[in-house]
Design a protein around this ligand. Structure first.
Ligand code: ADP
Ligand code: ASP
Ligand code: MG
Length: 412
């Protein structure tokens, strides 16, 4: 019996009608002879609402209780989906993370999946169950407590199930009909891709394209899961969505294949730190100990043995970063004149495997931004991406201008 994993995101299960619509998609695959594992998200907006309530009680909340609360949205959707499938005469049962059990680390709110035993669910399939509806996002820690695996984590639950159960395919149903050259909500010229390479999707996801959680792409790449992104609002077969696959499966590839953006950026500048060996290690060691994920780093030219040092991190980690730096200043490990922070920034990135062998992409990117009068604050590059930090108000303009400049609206 072939098995499919079908994931439905928040907008696709936003109310009973939408869950019914999703259940019809599942029913179509059951009618084709598949067993199905359905992974559901919480209804649109639910997780934010739950997280908001926790924040209201305490910004420095106990992470175990945060997970107990925010994981509950998925529990509701899973039960509702199972009920609707049963109403359609499809043998279905819901599973919460702990019932599977989806085993994770104990890093609450950002737990890593360690194992998904298949016995419980497979036993039910052999008794005639056709659909297992699993609550996404949820796991079980070694201490026996409920964990969550990071915002957008249901994508990762889906891919992890596809890998564990050796599924034929993992279909991620969402509110757009595939992966585009850039966010179609920001750039109307965005073009849907038929295929995208794992490496490119990995970069786009980690640089802010939230259509797939980064971890889900990592897992799909590692376990060679056939991963597809498609709309939950169109009948199966009408659109094939986008396949995320190995580079070798893609015939034609441009130098730049996608533009990503992220508003979730904070820029910090340490003014006048000593320019001598060990200083960077002190600063970034303290930030790392505080759990701050530093992204871009620039160090200015040194004058009279002192220099300015700028770096970026997610906005949610800004307070922790400031704490850590104040801490090493207070205990005398670091001396600086000032710490300037700026959250009015956005990160724009151009991504493409073709950059490995082509020069000139950075120059074209900087020229395009300069033609629009957009100032670049920080730059970082890797083998297949170039990122810049710019003023937030120019974010959409920058995405559109770069999309035009790299001619992403036309294939090839
Ligand atoms: P779900 O609730 O189904 O998980 P998400 O909101 O997490 O959906 O992800 C889908 C959204 O991702 C789209 O609505 C779109 O705005 C955004 N997005 C960002 N970049 C891209 C891209 N390159 N292609 C498609 N969608 C993108
Ligand atoms: N409901 C969770 C979130 O909003 C997980 C998900 O939808 O993927 O982050
Ligand atoms: Mg999502």
């Amino acid at each position: 019996m072939s098995l499919l994993v079908m994931k439905f995101g928040g907008t696709s299960v936003a109310n009973i009608d939408r869950i019914r619509n999703a259940a019809l998609r599942v029913g179509e695959e059951v009618a084709r002879g598949h067993d199905v594992i359905v992974i559901v998200s919480a209804m649109a907006g639910k997780t934010n609402e739950l997280a908001g309530m926790v924040e209201e009680i305490s910004p420095l909340h106990d992470a175990r209780e945060y997970d107990a609360v925010v994981s509950s949205g998925e529990t509701v959707t899973a039960g509702l989906m199972a009920l609707i499938l049963q109403e359609m005469d499809i043998p279905a049962r819901s599973w919460q993370g702990w019932q599977v059990p989806l085993l994770t680390s104990s890093a609450h709110s950002a737990a890593r999946i360690s194992e998904i035993p298949t016995e419980n669910i497979n036993a039910k399939f052999s008794e005639g169950m056709k659909v297992a509806v699993v609550a996404g996002f949820q796991g079980l820690s070694p201490e026996g407590r409920i964990t969550t695996i990071g915002r957008g984590g249901s994508d990762t639950t889906a891919v992890a199930f596809a890998a564990a159960f050796n599924a034929e395919r993992c279909d991620i149903h969402t509110d757009v009909d595939g992966i585009y050259t850039t966010d179609p909500r920001i750039c109307e010229k965005a073009r849907k891709l038929d295929k995208i390479a794992f490496e490119e999707m990995l970069e786009l996801a980690s640089l802010g394209a939230k259509v797939l959680q980064t971890r889900s792409v990592e897992l799909a790449m590692r376990y060679n899961v056939r991963l597809r992104v498609l709309s939950s609002f169109e009948t199966a077969g009408k659109t094939a969505g986008t396949l995320v696959c190995a580079e070798e499966e893609i015939m034609e590839s441009s130098i730049v294949n996608g533009i990503a953006h992220s508003r979730d950026e904070a820029k910090l500048t340490l003014v006048s730190v000593a320019d001598r060996p060990g200083i960077a290690a002190t600063i970034f060691g303290a930030l790392s100990d505080a759990g701050v994920t530093v992204d871009m780093i620039v160090q200015n030219i040194s004058e009279e043995g002192r220099t300015d040092l700028t770096f970026s991190c997610p906005t949610s980690e800004l307070a922790r970063a400031r704490n850590a730096l104040d801490g090493i200043r207070a205990d005398g490990r670091l001396n600086f004149h000032d710490l300037i922070t700026d959250t009015d920034v956005a990160k724009i990135s151009a991504v493409g495997i073709g950059m490995r062998s082509q020069s000139g992409v950075a120059a074209q990117m900087f020229r395009t931004l300069s033609n629009e009068g957009i100032n670049i604050k920080v730059i970082s590059t890797s083998e297949i991406k170039i990122s810049v930090l710019i003023e937030k108000k120019y974010m959409e303009l920058a995405v559109q201008a770069l999309h035009d400049s790299f001619e992403l609206d036309s294939a090839g």
